[in-house]
Design a protein around this ligand. Structure first.
Ligand SMILES: Cc1cc2nc3c(=O)[nH]c(=O)nc-3n(C[C@H](O)[C@H](O)[C@H](O)COP(=O)(O)OP(=O)(O)OC[C@H]3O[C@@H](n4cnc5c(N)ncnc54)[C@H](O)[C@@H]3O)c2cc1C
Length: 309
């Protein structure tokens, strides 16, 4: 994560500025507000703002006049009930805003989550930094033979060295060409006064998708949990999953009761089909159920077995 001295100073200044408010605050989240939490080699997430706490969910569910809090265990019970029964609108009452720095190929997956508000750094307006993602050796994964969307094992030895050489070399080269076409240095200084320089909005088009972009991303808690359930999941690509994992920790700090309910009923729970449920009932009754007798397809059966492990 490369924060310039100026960026670090801005964050420190924000953190030094105290505000008073009548609104609910979350002390554990305040402790890391504005701080950049590193993700991947140059990326980060930062919480910029948030609205609501666990009591806000309870308050909305009860449509109460006061804070809604009775006792912590009663609030936890209600939040658990709402989560279990997918009574989702009270969770929409809390919101969070992040500043995220991420590779473009991760951003392409992320942006598919349409129920958030996004404002991206403009490469039409500004020059992108010479910052691109390179996987570390333990994430230089080989293509899975059984899952076309997955990884299996590692690329190692000379093959790994060559892959790294290509990834680094290609990114360095396209960035050099980008700067050459712009006729500007990374800092925005004109290189050759006799050249006009290609427009920033055009020069960026040859950059590889491992270059970093940045955005502000604001989402309500209901849609945040939907994002986390898909992206903090083993099926998600590692490079987006690490962002979701970092956000899970933010969630834990922000709304401990909602986090507990989410990890219990959603993230750590499982959705079972009617056939899967019937198979479990038959197993509990002592029957030896197989894929053939379960009525499930091979794929479904494998997923079912994975849930039971
Ligand atoms: C492991 C994994 C693999 C994936 N692989 C692919 C892939 O190969 N190709 C690909 O294109 N995408 C892929 N995706 C992206 C995926 O299909 C979704 O686009 C993405 O996860 C966003 O989910 P979402 O639409 O539920 O989220 P959001 O856009 O945040 O929407 C949340 C919910 O709001 C509702 N909603 C939002 N907009 C609409 C709408 N216009 N109409 C109706 N309901 C709406 C839906 O209920 C939706 O679930 C993959 C995602 C994952 C997690």
């Amino acid at each position: 994560m490369a924060l310039s001295a100026e960026q670090t100073k801005e964050i420190e200044a924000n953190r030094a500025e105290g505000n008073t408010t009548l609104r609910a605050v979350s002390p554990a989240l305040e402790a890391i507000l504005y701080d950049a939490i590193p993700v991947l080699d140059h990326g980060f997430i930062r919480v910029i703002d948030y609205m609501g706490d666990d009591a806000a969910v309870v308050q909305a569910a009860r449509v109460s006049y006061g804070r809604g809090t009775k006792k912590v265990n009663e609030d936890a019970g209600l939040i658990n009930y709402l989560m279990r029964h997918r009574h989702s609108t009270p969770f929409e009452m809390c919101e969070i805003k992040f500043h995220v720095k991420l590779p473009i190929f991760v951003a392409r997956q992320w942006i598919r989550h349409r129920t958030a508000n996004v404002n991206e750094y403009s490469a039409r307006y500004s020059i992108l930094d010479r910052e691109f993602y390179l996987p570390s050796g333990d994430h230089l994964a080989a293509q899975s033979k059984s899952n076309r969307q997955g990884r299996a094992g590692l690329v190692t030895g000379k093959e790994a060295d060559r892959v790294m050489e290509l990834l680094r070399g290609d990114a360095e080269q396209v960035y050099d060409h980008y700067i050459e076409m712009l006729n500007e240095t990374e800092g925005g200084q004109i290189v050759d006064e006799n050249k006009s320089g290609l427009a920033r909005e055009l020069a960026r088009m040859n950059l590889t998708v491992n270059f970093y972009t940045q955005w502000y991303w604001k989402v309500d808690l209901h849609n945040f949990m939907h994002f986390l359930s898909l992206r903090a999941d083993a099926h998600a690509q590692y490079e987006i999953r690490v962002y979701a994992d970092a956000m899970l920790d933010v969630f834990r700090r922000w709304l401990p009761l909602c986090y507990e309910a989410f990890t219990n009923y959603r993230l750590g729970g499982a959705h079972l089909s009617a056939k899967a449920l019937a198979a479990i009932k038959r197993m509990l009754a002592g029957e030896n159920v197989t894929q053939e007798t379960s009525g499930m397809s091979k794929g479904e059966w494998n997923e079912f077995q994975a849930v039971l492990k």
